[in-house]
Design a protein around this ligand. Sequence first.
Ligand code: ZN
Length: 132
Amino acid sequence: MEIGPKDVAKGSVVLARRDRPGKEGKSFVSQDGIAESVEQQLGAIQKALFERALAFRNTHTFEPKNLEDFRIAVEQGFARSYWCGDAKCEEQIKETTKATLRCIPTEQPGGTGACIHCGKPSNELAIFGKAY
Ligand SMILES: [Zn+2]
């Protein structure tokens, strides 16, 4: 929020979004109703940051069908693969690929597949990734 002498004289405020540097992210709003303007801007910023993060996650999540593709996937982002749920299998995945289990999404497609590492049947897809 920028308020200079000219803004004071005009009864306005400059709002500059840090997620959109430069002129594109600047808007001139009236001091009247500034709380509502800021609240609206913060909501728009939150939405934009979320959508950017979601798009990044979606373009960096892969569905490898074998362990070699899994290794390549976790080098570039996340691997969404069937996993048997066995802690020993998880440990072996970590040893051979350096990737660890990130989460088991609550939303599952409902199908079954072979564990990406041991091949045992599984009905859960899990997300794996490397720590930075
Ligand atoms: Zn397994």
